[in-house]
Design a protein around this ligand. Structure first.
Ligand code: FAD
Length: 378
C-alpha cells in the first residue's frame, strides 16, 4: 500500500477528528486538521471510554497514558433513583482492554499530544467547501483558504461538511436536556454516603449518570437526561442551577440530593439527533462521528462511535491507498453503517444496562478484528 502524496484535511479536532488525525499520521498519511475553536480548552465535562476505544488507542500508544489519568471502574451499577435498589451490576472488566472514565479536556489533551505539533490549526472555521473533481477547495472565516485531496468531516452535529453533501437541515431536538456538573470530591466528604465509581440512577422518565473523572478520584461528575418540552435558547448550552436540579430530582435518593447540594456550577445541554443519513460520502468528502450519526448520549458511546469510525476509515484508506479514496469510502460505510446505526438506536432508546445484560457486543468489539465489508460484492 502506498499512502501517496495526497493531502488529507480533517474538519474538526473533536474526539473523532483528533483520533482520525493521529491514526492517519501513524499510518504515514499527510494530514492537517482545521478547528474552529481559537485554542484548546479544558471544557468541564466527563466522558466514558470503553474497551472498544482503548483497543484503538493502543495503536497510537495512548491507552496506558489514558488509563494512568482515568478512573477505571470495575462495574457499571444501575440503581433505582428513588429507592436505591440495584437494577444491574454490569462488570466492566473482561472485554480485552480497560474501561476508563475521564475528564474530556484531559482526554483531548492526550489526543493532541499524539500528533506532530502543528497538525491542528485553530481558529479555522470552515465556511465553504468545493469539490472540483481534482481536489477540494476550503475557505475559512478568517479569510484564509486551503486545498486538499480528501476532506473528512468530523465537525459534529451541525457539520458544515454534511451540509455541503446533503443540504442545510437542522438536527431533531429530542425533547430531552442533559445537565452537566463537575463536583470536587472534597465537598462530598461531609456526607455519610458511598459515592460509587460509575453508577446510573434511573427514574421513571429521567436519569443521572455519575462517575469519577480522574485516577486521583478528586473530581466527581454527573450528567442527566431530563425531559424538557422545547429548546428555546440560543447556543450549545445554558446555565442551570442547584434549584432547578432540586426541582427536577425532588424525592430522589439521598446520594442524588448530596450531589445537588455539592454542586457549584451546572449547565444544561439540549440533546439532538438525526435520522440515519442517506449517504456518508460523496466525491472526495466523507463524514464521521456526530457529523454522520449523532445520537442521544445515553449509552456513553457517541464519541466511541466517532473514534471507531476514524479507525475503520484509516484501515480502508490503508487498504486501498488514498488515491482510490472512492473505494475506501465505500468500504468504510459498508463496514460501519450497521454498527453505528445499532448503537444510535439503542442509545436513543435509553435502555442500555438498565437490567442485567451482556454488553460484550459494545465493549468486546475490536475494530481491527472486524472484516472490511464490501457490500457491492455478493
Ligand atoms: P464533536 O466532538 O462535536 O467535535 C466536532 C469538532 O468540530 C468541534 O471541535 C467543533 O468545534 C469543530 N467544528 C464544528 N464546525 C466546524 C467548522 N465549520 N469548522 C471547523 N471546525 C468545526 N459520548 C460518549 O462517548 N460518552 C459520554 O459520556 C458522552 N456524554 C455526553 C453528554 C452530553 C450532555 C452530550 C451532549 C453528549 C455526550 N456524548 C458522549 C456524545 C459525544 O460528545 C459526541 O458523540 C462526540 O463528541 C462526537 O465527536 P465528534 O468528534 O464527532 O464531534
Amino acid at each position: 500500500m502506498s499512502t501517496g502524496n495526497e493531502r488529507i484535511a480533517i474538519i474538526g479536532a473533536g474526539l473523532g477528528g483528533a483520533a482520525a488525525g493521529a491514526l492517519l499520521q501513524h499510518a504515514g498519511f499527510n494530514v492537517q486538521i482545521f478547528e474552529q475553536a481559537p485554542s484548546f480548552s479544558r471544557l468541564g465535562a466527563g466522558i466514558h471510554m470503553g474497551p472498544n476505544v482503548l483497543k484503538i488507542f493502543q495503536r497510537i500508544g495512548m491507552d496506558k497514558k489514558l488509563v494512568d489519568i482515568s478512573s477505571t471502574p470495575a462495574y457499571w451499577f444501575s440503581r433505582d433513583g428513588l429507592t436505591g435498589d440495584y437494577l444491574s451490576r454490569i462488570p466492566l472488566e473482561g472485554y480485552g482492554a480497560t474501561y476508563c472514565t475521564v475528564h474530556r479536556g484531559d482526554l483531548s489533551a492526550l489526543q493532541m499530544d499524539t500528533m506532530t505539533p502543528g497538525t491542528v490549526q485553530f481558529n479555522k472555521r470552515l465556511t465553504l467547501l468545493e469539490d472540483n473533481g481534482s481536489d477540494v477547495y476550503l475557505e475559512f472565516q478568517d479569510g484564509t483558504s486551503a486545498r486538499a485531496s480528501i476532506v473528512i468531516g468530523a465537525d459534529g452535529i451541525n457539520s458544515r461538511v454534511r451540509e455541503t453533501l446533503l443540504g442545510a437541515e437542522k438536527p431533531n431536538y429530542s425533547g430531552w436536556v442533559g445537565h452537566r456538573a463537575m463536583i470536587s470530591a472534597e465537598k462530598l466528604k461531609k456526607f455519610d454516603l458511598t459515592f460509587e465509581d460509575c453508577v446510573k440512577w434511573w427514574g421513571p422518565d429521567r436519569h443521572m449518570m455519575v462517575y469519577y473523572t480522574t485516577s486521583r478520584r478528586d473530581e466527581y461528575y454527573y450528567v442527566t437526561g431530563v425531559p424538557h418540552p422545547a429548546w428555546e435558547f440560543d447556543g450549545a448550552f445554558v446555565q442551570s442551577s442547584r434549584e432547578e436540579m432540586s426541582e427536577a430530582f425532588a424525592e430522589y435518593h439521598p446520594v442524588i440530593q448530596a450531589l445537588i447540594e455539592a454542586t457549584d456550577d451546572v449547565t444544561k445541554w439540549p440533546l439532538f439527533n438525526r435520522n440515519p443519513l442517506p449517504l456518508w460520502s460523496q466525491g472526495r468528502m466523507v463524514l464521521l462521528g456526530d457529523a454522520c450519526h449523532p445520537m442521544k448520549p445515553h449509552m456513553a458511546q457517541g464519541a466511541a462511535m466517532a473514534i471507531e469510525d476514524a479507525a475503520m476509515l484509516v484501515r480502508c484508506l490503508e487498504e486501498t491507498g488514498s488515491q482510490d479514496y472512492a473505494t475506501a469510502f465505500r468500504l468504510y460505510e459498508a463496514s460501519r453503517r450497521d454498527r453505528a446505526t445499532q448503537v444510535q438506536t439503542v442509545s436513543n432508546a435509553n435502555t442500555f444496562l438498565q437490567t442485567q445484560e451482556d454488553p460484550s457486543w459494545v465493549y468486546g468489539y475490536d475494530v481491527y478484528a472486524e472484516p472490511i465489508l464490501d457490500k457491492s460484492v455478493a
